[in-house]
Structure formats: C-alpha cells, structure tokens
Design a protein around this ligand. Structure first.
Ligand code: AP5
Ligand code: MG
Ligand code: ZN
Length: 216
C-alpha cells in the first residue's frame, strides 16, 4: 500500500498513522517528525527548518522534497509506505508523482481525515508527545496513566513549540490556503477517500482501516 494522509493540523494524522502503518505493515514517514528530530539533533536541516516550523509556515519545498526523495528510496519503503504530512501543497504533490515514477511505482490512495477546526484547537492545546517513541497523547482525550510519562516506553512527554494558540491559528490558515486544494486535486484523480475523523481514536482507526482495506 502506498498511502498519503491529509487533514488539518490536529486531525489525528500522527495518531492514526501509527495504527494504520502497523496494521498494513508499512513504514510511517512523517515529515513533521523528521524535521523535529533534526531540530533536536541540531543538524543543518533542523536549523533551517526551525524558524519556519516555529512560525507555523511550511518549510521551503526544495528542502522538503529532497528529504522525502531520500527517505522513499530507502529499502523499507520499497513495498509500501504511509506518508503523514507530505505532500502539503500542489507543487509537492507533483514532486511526489515524479519521485514515485523514478522509483517505478505509483501512489495508491489518499486518506482525508475530516474534522472541525474547533475540535482541532481543543486537540492541539492538550497534545503531549513522547520524546522517546513519538507516541501522541492528549491530557484529556487520551491521557497516560502518569502525567507527562509515556505509558508505552516510560519516556518524557513534551509540548510542541508550534502548539501555542496563535501559531495554531496560523497553521490552520496555511492549511486552508495551501493544503486544502490538494483534496480537490486528488479527488479529481479519483484517489481520495474521506472519513469522519471525529469521535473516539479507536472508532476513527476502524473507519480508516475499513476504508483502506480495498487498496491493500
Ligand atoms: P506536522 O508535524 O505534520 O504538523 P501538522 O500537520 O500541523 O499536524 P499535527 O502533527 O499538528 O497534527 P496531527 O494531524 O498529526 O494530529 P495528532 O495525531 O498529533 O508539521 C509541523 C511543521 O513541520 C509544519 O507546520 C511545517 O513547518 C513543517 N512541515 C511538515 N511537513 C511539511 C511539508 N510537507 N512541507 C513543508 N513543511 C512541512 O493529534 C492531535 C491531538 O489530538 C493529540 O493530542 C491526540 O492525542 C489527539 N487526538 C487524536 N485523535 C483524536 C480523537 N479521535 N479524539 C480525541 N483526541 C484525539
Ligand atoms: Mg502529526
Ligand atoms: Zn513513548
């Protein structure tokens, strides 16, 4: 399965990506996670990406495209992958087609997670992410047993720098302006599957797996 997840910030892309990737046994490739790992590792790429991420803007396409191209060429992606957070504009979608053509494969399906902006704001204000394993928690909706400690691995949880209310607002604008047009782009190519991403995490996972199974 060669799958792309789209949806606004806080739609649950990262949350669902973990379950979907495990279910279909494909690697989860999250551009946001790769950028954040580079920021904490202090790499050149991280230094470049940080100012854009902190502002809630997209990192320039040349940088992001090159990073995804390298990642998709790794052996674990040869039999399928889940992309979380890429493509994020129509230019990147064109680049993805180009990369896959060079690799001699094609994109299978795009899963669109539909959720109200009000819900997104609630989800992001309570999000906590594990420093060690990357699992995403929520202080209210999906809380770990011990505050700020990951149930899965014992790692410490952190608040993302871009989850401040004013940055969240800007990320939603960037989504509406730049990413939302992708939905029509993929619908026009008959590659889009939309699911309701509101309700309990497990219910959304079930909807996602049911919708994606015909493409496996
Ligand atoms: P990225 O990390 O991709 O952030 P995003 O798209 O803004 O999405 P989020 O990670 O905030 O939300 P999510 O949908 O993954 O939700 P989550 O599962 O965490 O990108 C960050 C930045 O990196 C960008 O702003 C940009 O600068 C840069 N970047 C990345 N990709 C790029 C690209 N292609 N081009 C250029 N720049 C790029 O869930 C949110 C919360 O809700 C969690 O707390 C979770 O526990 C909770 N939750 C999830 N599901 C439910 C549910 N069903 N019910 C209740 N709570 C739920
Ligand atoms: Mg995410
Ligand atoms: Zn963890």
């Amino acid at each position: 399965m060669r799958l792309v997840l789209v949806g606004p910030p806080g739609a649950g892309k990262g949350t669902q990506a973990e379950f979907i990737a495990a279910h279909f046994d494909i690697p989860k490739i999250s551009t946001g996670d790769i950028f954040r790992a580079n920021v904490s590792g202090g790499t050149e790429l991280g230094q470049l990406a940080k100012s854009y991420m902190d502002a809630g803007d997209l990192v320039p396409d040349e940088v992001t495209n090159a990073m995804v191209k390298d990642r998709l060429a790794e052996p674990d992606a040869a039999n399928g992958f889940l992309l979380d957070g890429f493509p994020r504009n129509v230019q990147q979608a064109g680049k993805l087609d180009e990369i896959l053509t060079e690799l001699g494969v094609a994109l299978g399906v795009v899963l669109d997670l539909e959720v109200d902006f009000d819900e997104v704001v609630k989800r992001l204000s309570g999000r906590r992410t594990c420093k060690q394993c990357g699992h995403v928690w929520h202080v209210e909706y999906d809380a770990p047993k011990v505050e700020d400690v990951c149930d899965k691995c014992g790692g410490a949880l952190f608040l993302r720098d871009d989850d401040k209310p004013e940055t969240v607002r800007h990320r939603l604008e960037v989504y509406s302006m730049q990413t939302e047009p992708l939905i029509e782009f993929y619908r026009g190519r008959d590659q889009l599957v939309t699911i309701d991403a509101q309700g309990a995490v497990e219910d959304v996972t079930e909807r996602a797996i049911t919708a994606l199974t015909p493409y496996a």
